[in-house]
Design a protein around this ligand. Structure first.
Ligand code: ATP
Ligand code: MG
Length: 655
């Protein structure tokens, strides 16, 4: 039996206010249900109509879906379009002078760019790339700080039909090297340095090192945006060129390359929470439709909104909800170079106030750390411009949700807890904020057209309240097309034989409650088996986080003679890390707390305290490393995506 037991009961319900509902694009449950029914009864024309409405086509498509070579699906495949045209050119008639980007630098300096200006910059840079001989189908690695230029680089690649692969600027030379090799890149775009938290971050130097690692002969150009006044310690003539030199004198117009709908738009390596990163390959039209449409529905975007997604462009969230979704919808957005804690933990709240942000989208990890650093700080700022909040990246623990809702959102703003993945390209399960009442910790219901379900290992749906594998039963436009260069791994990982190769297997476990709401329980790989009960990580962690002493928690299993597995919890307290007798007291209190909150079955055998938890560079807890620590094993796994390696040593010590 592969179902999971759910033990956490969260019943608080938050319907949208009448005011929010009245103004919303999708207003009320009837409107949501109606769209779901349309998708159910006419699946292909549902997607076809959206694609015709929202995308500007150079040549219209005649067929919506080609599933003759499943799971290698093709959408709108004889249509032609350009993504950059859809994000920029088509807005110029009506929105040339509308702000596209409000950029706030690490030091607080603000730069504003209109759609006309952004279009000009993208065209000039695209012409620059072309002057280097870069062309359609070439892979270009983008290793940039958060900046207007990062967006320009991505849009320019899309404009000339080159496939970008953005690598987060925090990755090491080794990780960058692996990704450059895997993608077979012709060029790398970087900056001399980035600036984060008042400190320079070497970027060009990391590129030099990565390119010196060998086998990088395919890389002919390294384009360097000069972000700071410091020069570069190394300069390779013929290969290296300054951004400003490249764009100097370039024409301000650049005819877009008209792409086939199924041409790859980009490759993005997953964040690596569970293993070796995979090069997720996305298409041009299907991906664009996912980004455009979900942005409209989930964020309920209106012409006067100021949208701010805090994700870096190095992650899928920064692709779909910074680079493509907002620009494709002619929205105004804030882009931030720095970190939430610099110069202090007020930064996010100050920025919301300063730029009158109306929609704010961030990650649970940021929320938890800001609670720890100053739960009352938001109250010192005027956050009345906010009307909608969102989260992505991990399950949000109900207590953190409640804080976000009350303290940041003033109990006025719906929260969209959006479940999706690098692979799905756009939000899959999320409240539509003017329709669906929210529950803290639940991503609620699938978007219309997303046929999500929870099944056991035979592929049969599980009953409500039971956990199982989260699957999507029909192909949808923004789903990844393959793993770059590894179609077999794509098939095996995402369309496994157990489900006859028919369902997309997300790799997460979930259950549904009596309202049909989805609750993500954790990664399949992280499921615990305690005395025959299969438990997800999320519920035990949420029980711990609900304790007033606890800021963050991660649980894993370790072998136990009687129970099969015992629960081991790694906990970050709001106060300093306790030791000795103090630690023993807190351990006892937390064990009892969990037993009381959700039951003895989930009570940790062992609790360890740390100043932090091992996280990916995108801020997700890496439980596979904790599992090794809990078992007293050496860590032999891939740690290339780990943000804070030093923490492993601390967690290996007894309290
Ligand atoms: P890898 O696949 O390499 O292990 P990753 O899964 O962390 O990396 P992403 O694609 O960035 O890389 O993350 C997607 C995963 O993040 C989801 O599968 C899910 O586990 C988690 N996730 C994202 N949003 C939510 C959410 N709203 N609620 C719960 N979990 C979420
Ligand atoms: Mg994943």
């Amino acid at each position: 039996m592969s179902t999971l037991d759910s033990i956490l009961k969260e019943t608080r319900l938050f319907p949208p206010s009448d005011e929010f509902r009245h103004r919303a694009t999708i207003s009320g449950m009837a409107a949501y249900n109606d769209l779901c029914e349309q998708a159910d009864s006419h699946y292909l024309s549902f997607w076809g109509d959206l694609a015709r409405e929202q995308i500007s086509w150079k040549k219209p498509f005649s067929r919506v879906l080609d599933d003759s070579n499943a799971p290698f699906f093709k959408w709108f495949d004889d249509g032609m379009l350009n993504v950059s045209y859809n994000c920029l050119d088509r807005h110029l008639a009506l929105h040339a002078n509308k702000l596209a980007i409000i950029f706030e630098a690490d030091d607080g300096a603000v730069t504003r760019v209109t759609y006309a200006e952004l279009h000009r910059r993208v065209c000039q840079f695209a012409n620059g790339l072309k002057s280097l001989g870069l062309k359609r189908g070439d892979r270009i690695v983008v290793y940039m700080p958060m900046s207007i230029e990062a967006i320009v680089a991505m849009q320019a690649c899309a404009r000339i039909g080159a496939i970008h692969s953005v690598v987060f600027g925090g990755f090491s030379a080794k990780s960058l090297h692996e990704r450059i090799l895997d993608a077979g890149a012709s060029a790398v775009i970087t900056a001399n340095e980035g600036l984060r938290g008042g400190k320079p971050v070497a970027l060009k130097a990391v590129c030099d090192e990565a390119l010196a690692h060998g086998d990088c002969d395919s890389v002919r150009h390294l384009v360097v945006y000069q972000r700071t006044n410091n020069g570069c310690s190394h300069w390779q003539d013929g290969r290296d060129i300054w951004w400003h030199k490249l764009t100097e004198g370039q024409p301000e117009q650049c005819e877009p390359e008209w792409m086939n709908a199924e041409d790859p738009l980009f490759i993005l390596y997953t964040s690596g929470s569970t293993g070796k990163p995979k090069g997720i390959q996305h298409s041009t039209a299907g991906y664009l439709l996912g980004a455009l449409n979900s942005f409209r529905w989930v964020f309920d975007i209106k012409p006067n909104d100021v949208f701010w997604c805090t994700a870096d462009v190095g992650w899928i969230t920064g692709h779909s909800y910074v680079c493509y979704g907002p620009l494709g919808n002619a929205a105004t957005q804030v882009i931030f170079e720095g970190v939430p804690t610099y110069p202090d933990a007020n930064r996010f709240w100050q920025m919301i106030e300063r730029h009158k942000v109306s929609i704010f989208y961030t990650a649970p990890t940021a929320i938890r750390s800001l609670i720890k650093l100053g739960a009352d700080l938001p109250k010192q700022h005027d956050l009345s411009s906010l009307r909608l909040l969102g989260t992505v990246g991990e399950p949000i623990n109900p207590e953190a949700w409640i804080w976000y809702y009350e303290t940041v959102g003033g109990s006025r703003c719906p929260i969209v807890d959006t479940w999706w993945q690098t692979e799905t390209g756009s939000a899959m399960i999320s409240p539509l904020p003017g329709a669906i009442a929210t529950k803290p910790g639940s991503c609620t219901l699938p978007l219309p057209g997303i046929i999500a379900d929870i099944v056991d290992e035979s592929g049969a749906p599980v009953e409500p309240g039971k956990g199982g594998f989260l699957v999507i039963k029909k192909p949808f436009p923004s789903l990844l097309r393959t793993i770059w260069g590894d179609p077999e791994r794509f098939k095996k990982t995402y369309f496994p034989e157990e489900f006859n190769g028919k369902y997309y297997l997300a790799g997460d476990s979930s259950h549904r409650d009596e309202n049909g709401y989805f609750w993500i329980m954790g990664r399949i790989d992280d499921v615990l088996n305690v005395s025959g009960h299969r438990l997800g990580t999320m519920e035990i962690e949420s029980a711990l986080v609900a304790n007033p002493l606890v800021a963050e928690a991660a649980v894993v299993g370790k072998p136990h003679e009687i129970k099969g597995e015992a629960v081991v919890a790694f906990v970050v307290l709001k106060q300093a890390r306790p030791t000795g007798d103090d630690a023993r007291k807190v351990v006892e209190a937390l064990k009892n707390w969990v037993a009381h909150e959700i039951g003895k079955i989930a009570m940790p055998d062992d609790i360890r305290f740390g100043d932090n938890l091992p996280k990916t560079r995108s801020g997700k807890i890496m439980r596979r490393l904790l599992r090794a620590i809990a078992r007293g094993e050496a860590i032999t796994q891939d740690t290339s995506t780990l943000e804070n390696p030093a923490i492993l040593q601390q967690l290996q010590q007894p309290n």
